[in-house]
Design a protein around this ligand. Structure first.
Ligand code: ATP
Ligand code: MG
Length: 285
């Protein structure tokens, strides 16, 4: 219980109006340091869920706890927002200052952090996302991927425990996307940050160990990537594609190659194919 970083219990959210709830009794526990991908079709409730994790939205029913703090308790608001940072889709909507380092300093300044400590945090955060050399530049001159990394640095400067990326790579080109993902991967390892990554890119979801699948406001699958992506029919019924590697494995099986379940990397596929081949030559011998 103590290592739970985020806990949503029976979470229901209804936007004003009478339609079906955007979140319909969601239960979700995220442990400290965990990297979780959330996937699901358009309108399935991913962003609505994300906004509950740092009290941008409050539950209609049920509750959300961050480090044991209830998001409904107004007194916890700033501490929760400090601990759970968000990076959204559009890099142009989240940069507030006209110089990169001032943008990163914005959060800790609002928290009343002393100036010398802000300086340290800003330099450290920019260094971690590979943007220290751009500290004095104007954000509008940066590429989309660089802007998103500045956004991540702004979150890091708050010394968070969790970072939520809501389709943060979706407006980036492939190289910008790959760079952002490698920065995130590095951060989970060096800082032990929990990462919750909402994405429409199935190949990106594979980078996380755990995958949560949403459909119509509910969690329909939650488990290791290898298991979740084996559930082809459930994913298909939710209108979701599967990662390239999983489709390839499926195609090979259909053509009679006896591959085991749960292959989600090229390395694992190569290993399995080698095993299949050596078994084959053993049979012939
Ligand atoms: N501000 C709002 N007011 C009313 N309804 C909303 C609002 N925001 C979202 N919704 C509705 O809530 C449901 C869930 O939307 P949400 O944005 O959480 O889905 P999503 O999974 O993030 O979708 P996408 O993949 O398109 O980003 C949808 O039916 C959507 O139309
Ligand atoms: Mg969304």
């Amino acid at each position: 219980m103590m290592s739970d970083l985020i806990r949503a219990e029976g979470l229901v959210h209804r936007y004003a109006g009478t339609g079906p709830p955007a979140l319909d009794h969601v239960d979700l526990v995220i442990e400290a340091g965990e990297w979780v991908a959330i996937i699901g079709p358009n309108g399935s409730g991913k962003s609505t869920l994300a906004k509950h994790l740092n009290a941008l939205l409050l539950p209609t029913a049920g509750r959300v706890l961050v480090d044991g703090m209830d998001t409904k308790d107004q007194a916890n608001l700033w501490e929760i927002r400090r601990r759970v940072g968000m990076v959204f889709q559009n890099p142009d909507n989240q940069i507030v200052a006209t110089v990169v380092e001032e943008d990163v300093a914005f959060g800790p300044e609002n928290l009343g952090v002393p100036a010398a400590e802000i300086r340290r945090r800003v330099d450290d955060a920019l260094w971690r996302v590979g943007m220290l050399a751009h500290a004095r530049r104007e954000p509008h001159l940066l590429s989309g991927g660089q802007k998103q990394r500045v956004g991540v640095a702004g979150v890091l400067a708050m010394r968070p425990r969790c970072i939520v990326l809501d389709e943060a790579t979706s407006m980036l080109d492939p190289s910008g996307r790959a760079e952002l993902m490698s920065v995130i991967s590095e951060l989970t390892q060096s800082l032990g940050l929990a990462v919750i990554q909402i994405t429409h890119h199935m190949d990106e979801a594979l980078l996380s160990r755990r995958v949560v699948v949403m459909d119509q406001g509910r969690i329909i699958l939650d488990g290791p990537a290898g298991e979740v992506f084996e559930a082809g029919e459930i994913l298909q019924s939710a209108g979701l594609d599967r990662p390239t590697i999983v489709r390839l494995v499926d195609e090979l099986r259909r053509r009679g190659v006896p591959l085991p379940a749960g292959i989600i990397s090229v390395e694992a596929l190569v290993r399995s194919l080698e095993e299949v081949r050596s078994r084959g030559s053993a049979h012939r011998a």
